[in-house]
Design a protein around this ligand. Structure first.
Ligand code: C2E
Ligand code: CA
Ligand code: CA
Length: 307
């Protein structure tokens, strides 16, 4: 028979899951819930050691223009866990946000990205590529966020115009005046901003107009729908037109098929990212693929070494 303390703990776990599912929901305890909580707790513990033990890696995913020429890359973090293997960011970034570990991790991403940009300056196949990094809400809200970015750019001596910071709409919901100051200060240095997962949040057009953004990234969910019902690209069309009106570059992400790309091109989108052009790969592989592309020419035999 379960002990009273166990029953209380199990009730706690059920309440936790009920809260996670939103208001007014009911959950019965299920042993799998406990396993999940144990797993998360053990990941959290391991995460504390991951940075010092150099278990994080940056993968790069190519971004291309209308002619499929490489224009940049997005840096996407991976965790090489000693027992669980490669852990995707969706499984650990939320935990690092809860624990505050996202701050040193975000700093590591920034520094690694700057070091990469510096290393490519001398290489003609890579010197013009931009590098986008994802910034989490907690990082962006730090009072010394601007100083951290400035310091990294100066320390590595990179051209700030090559660095793009990806923010999400939810980060821009509160305290807009302060956000405008933060973004404008970095923008004045040359750093560019991209609004990620665009269309999934609640951006006010009024706000969008005031923010020094460079790019909107159309969320993958809209691109996916293009394949299902290509006669109704209304949302994508609206976003492209809106970006144009606001004077912003627009990038489609999650492009997987030529049909999607063709439709996007027809509607005026000129920048793409997705499995069609290449999956995220370790930096070394990314560079090798890039070299090949330059060696063989982008259009020769419809060569797509990033796939
Ligand atoms: P995101 O910023 O929206 O990144 C795009 C995600 O879509 C990546 O997943 C990428 O691998 C995936 N993707 C790209 N093209 C395609 C495609 O054609 N089809 C499909 N099905 N998926 C595609 P990933 O690498 O698992 O990253 C997930 C999320 O984790 C990212 O979403 C971002 O929010 C977060 N993340 C990744 N790296 C970092 C980081 O360094 N810092 C922070 N704060 N968040 C990160
Ligand atoms: Ca992103
Ligand atoms: Ca995205």
């Amino acid at each position: 028979m379960a002990r009273v303390e166990d029953l209380f703990r199990q009730a706690d776990i059920a309440i936790y899951h009920a809260k996670e599912s939103g208001r007014n929901s009911l959950r019965f305890f299920d042993p799998q819930m406990q396993e999940k909580i144990h797993h998360l707790a053990s990941l959290k513990k391991d995460l504390r050691k991951a940075l010092e033990q150099q278990q994080f890696q940056l993968y790069f995913q190519i971004q291309v223009d209308a002619l499929q020429y490489p224009i940049g890359a997005e840096a996407l973090i991976r965790w090489q866990h000693p027992e669980h293997g490669l852990v995707p960011p969706d499984q650990f970034i939320p935990l690092t946000e809860q624990t505050g570990l996202i701050l040193p991790i975000g700093q590591w991403v920034l520094e690694t990205a700057c070091a990469q940009l510096k290393a490519r300056e001398q290489d003609e196949s890579t010197c013009n590529l931009t590098l986008s990094i994802n910034v989490s809400a907690k990082q962006f809200r730090q009072t010394n966020f601007v100083t951290q970015e400035q310091n990294a750019v100066q320390r590595y001596g990179i051209n700030p115009a090559k660095l793009k910071l990806e923010l999400t709409e939810s980060m821009l919901a509160n305290n807009i005046e302060k956000i405008i100051i933060t973004m404008s200060t970095l923008n004045a240095m040359g750093i560019r901003f991209s609004l990620d997962d665009f269309g999934t949040g609640y951006s006010s057009l009024q706000y969008l107009k005031r923010l020094p953004l460079y790019q909107l990234k159309i969320d993958q969910s809209f691109i996916r729908e293009l394949a299902v019902d290509s006669n109704d690209p209304a949302l994508v069309l609206t976003i492209i037109a809106m970006a144009e009106n606001l004077g912003l570059e627009v990038m489609a992400e999650g492009v997987e098929t030529q049909a999607q790309q063709a439709l996007l091109l027809k509607k005026g989108c000129r920048h793409f990212q997705g499995y069609l052009f290449g999956k995220p790969v370790p930096i070394k592989l990314f560079e090798e693929a890039l070299q090949q592309k330059y060696l063989f020419g982008v259009d020769a035999n419809n060569n797509r070494p990033f796939r």
